[in-house]
Design a protein around this ligand. Structure first.
Ligand code: SF4
Length: 222
């Protein structure tokens, strides 16, 4: 029997995060997640729509002028069985936005992914949980795709130990780190001084780092 999945929303917009900022994508927002981050603003319960693989393919094929499909969430890898079927049936470029913890699930579909945009979740942003072991296993598998980078959302609770562990992990696998100051809604409430201080602490350990805020919030697009 064909898999079905609950989708929160599907829409075209401009990618507003990371080094691919500015490209036009079709966003497919999945509705489950395995984590519980302090700053999560995703509503996983209301206004969900069920799709079969063929129904989602039909929807995707209505969008022609896109750079790629962004699988986002929630955590898309919570629906790996569905993705495995879906990804075999589309030839569009695939950009996976993931919290970077479900490495076993990633290994099942990595062959279909073009760009991996993973998070490194700091304990200070994820209710004290340390995900560094899972992140490292994830990176080992994600390195097999064409492009990978890791986003680090931070606020004033970030610690020197978190900076050191994150920078050393990225350095070990030579991946780009994207520092993303946490926004409150559409407002950036962290001071420029503090953001600079965090940036230079990272760069003093590992210099393949970019500081990129959530651009779509400044543009006021989704
Ligand atoms: S990983 Fe993303 S979707 Fe899941 S709880 Fe954290 S912020 Fe929310």
């Amino acid at each position: 029997m064909q898999s079905k999945v609950q989708i929160k929303e599907i829409f075209e917009s401009i990618q507003g995060e990371g080094p691919c900022v500015g490209i036009n994508q079709l966003f497919i927002r999945f509705s489950k997640c395995n984590l519980n981050c302090n700053y999560c603003d995703t509503d996983f319960r209301n206004d969900l729509k069920e799709y079969s693989v063929d129904e989602l393919i039909e929807e995707v094929n209505r969008h022609n002028n896109i750079h790629s499909i962004s699988l986002t969430g929630g955590e898309p890898l919570c629906d790996t069985d569905f993705l495995y079927e879906f990804l075999q049936k589309t030839n569009k470029k695939i950009y996976l936005e993931t919290n970077g913890t479900l490495y076993e699930q990633l290994s099942l579909i990595i062959q279909y992914i073009d760009i991996v945009s993973m998070d490194i979740k700091l304990p200070s942003m994820s209710n004290g949980f340390d995900h560094f072991f899972a992140h490292e296993q994830f990176i080992k598998i994600a390195k097999n795709t064409k492009e990978i980078f890791a986003k680090v959302v931070f606020d004033t609770n970030i610690t020197d130990d978190e900076i050191l562990k994150t920078a050393e992990l990225a350095q070990k696998y030579n991946i780009l780190l994207v520092l993303q100051p946490k926004m409150d809604g559409n407002n950036l409430n962290l001071s420029t001084e503090f953001i600079n201080e965090v940036y230079y602490k990272f760069v003093s350990i590992y210099d393949y780092v970019r500081l990129i805020p959530q651009v779509h919030k400044f543009l006021n697009v989704r």
